[in-house]
Design a protein around this ligand. Sequence first.
Ligand code: SIN
Length: 189
Amino acid sequence: MSHDTTEANRHRHDFRGRESVWLFGYGSLIYKADFPYIERRPARIRGWARRFWQGSHDHRGTPDAPGRVVTLVPQDDAICAGMAYRIRPDVFAHLDVREKNGYLRFTTEMRFDDGTHAEGLVYIASDDNAAYLGPASEAAIAGHIARAHGPSGSNRDYLLRLADALRELGDDDAHVFAIERHLRRLATL
Ligand code: SIN
């Protein structure tokens, strides 16, 4: 699959007759809401784990030197914390461009903090997209992140802002926090 998913996403969901749709964000969409939303609420989804396994050619790296950003990988019983936004369907025109580097929209069941549920859409970059980088040790991922920069800023900033946002949500994401520790150690060397 090509890494530019803008066109594929445009045809993926039929929003006719819908006034609003829930979006679940688990990466930069938690801390960088550069789009209008009607409301936002912390939420969790089950069966997916957040991993720094996706390449970023367009935001936190370049085609020649991609950065590493998060995607979700299926994992039984994993719980992924994030932020849910209720948005107008036309906002997806912007989001599909922002998330174009390999991410496709999937439907997911979200659980809010008060125990209620709703269906939402989530952008996931699966392992068959051309920008996918796949697993590496958390130390190696931190080394990679320390070097990468792109049009949206440094890859380091992406990781540190995500880690802060997860702490604010009260989440204990061992993968993200281990990479953060390695990254901070590298900065002191
Ligand atoms: C997301 O935040 O939900 C998707 C990944 C990203 O844009 O960082």
